[in-house]
Design a protein around this ligand. Sequence first.
Ligand code: AMP
Ligand code: MG
Length: 418
Amino acid sequence: MTLKPPPLRDDCFALPAGVNWTPVDEALVLLRDRLAPVTGIETLPLGQAVGRVLASDVVARRSNPPQPNTAVDGYGFAGPAPQGAQVMDLVEGRAAAGVPFIGEVPPGKAIRILTGAALPEGVDTVILEEDVSTNGQQIAFHGPLKQGANTRRAGEDVAQGDVILPAGRVITPADLALAAATGIAELPVRKALRVGVLSTGDELREAGEAAGLGQIYDANRPMLLGLLGQMGVTPVDLGRVGDDRSDLRRLFDAAAGQVDIILTSGGASAGDEDHVSALLRETGAMQEWRIALKPGRPLALGLWQGVPVFGLPGNPVAALVCTLIFARPAMGVLAGAGWKDPQGFEVPAAFEKRKKPGRREYLRARIREGRAEVFKSEGSGRISGLSWAEGLVELGDDAAHIRLGDPVRFLPYGSFSL
Ligand code: AMP
Ligand code: MG
């Protein structure tokens, strides 16, 4: 029997018949619903908490401001002051920030008061020093002045007992100011998510090593480790492994005790040398996700001794896109920060493109003069385009004809943090 090639068909580049390609949004919902936080909890002083995920709601111990105070330098008295020229005797002494006036200011009298000072008893209103003339014994100014003018009420910013920061929040420097101001010195936070990164493929060599015919340098590992560091998780370098199932098994076994999630690249399809998917399938806890997106071949998702494994495609462009679009929000859930969609925005296209229906597409893009430019080639091996780009343009699942100036959704690389 002679072997005949299968007939070519009109739709030979279409998606394989009989295979269900999961739309990106459906895949994302599945991920969101199936994952849960896995990180432990510890208490850290404010100085070590930036970038960590809050483990529980934080409640103000003290109001801000804690007591009524003055927002300006001036003179305080009991308001309001009526219309017209006002003259008031000054009491002796003054109120300054941190040095309160002890005693009561009698009605009709005023006291020298400086920004941030607690209002003395008998004072609820402050006139700006620029609006006053004084001889040291008395002040004179023009009314009217509303009661409470130029003062801050106790708790007008935050009341004691208010929730100031919700569980799941990634702590910012401004949050530290809020926590400190409301009497909090340490925060309950989740331990950082440990993310293992492993490259697979017989062809891979380490950057800097000699590389011969058929060999290429491992580009994914430094990229993914760097990306994870920026995202606020703890990258763990699991190294490189050839296309060898028992080596891969050993590495997975060792990694399972060390990390909370494993990202592999390469070997995730269904080919002879695709050992990541084969090994995960052996354990029975593997799902091959044929996700309708470009760039990106099937994503192999599995559990190894309870640790989620994301088998990313080997092509660096596809590996990065799949990490940003799928692994990153999944890591947010595992880390306790919850599911977050990247913050994109619409900009006019500086390109023209026809797109077929069926797959979501992510193009390497950047903004210049308010428009989204895309890289000259969509080849998924073009690493230079990843570096050229400053984000991705997302094109929806449907067919589209994008013309110059049409709005497109731009997702800056910087919007993909936890
Ligand atoms: P695979 O998914 O293993 O079939 O790999 C797809 C393509 O990506 C092949 O051309 C691989 O040589 C390439 N590739 C796989 N892993 C890496 C890596 N770590 N760095 C650069 N290229 C890679
Ligand atoms: Mg490979």
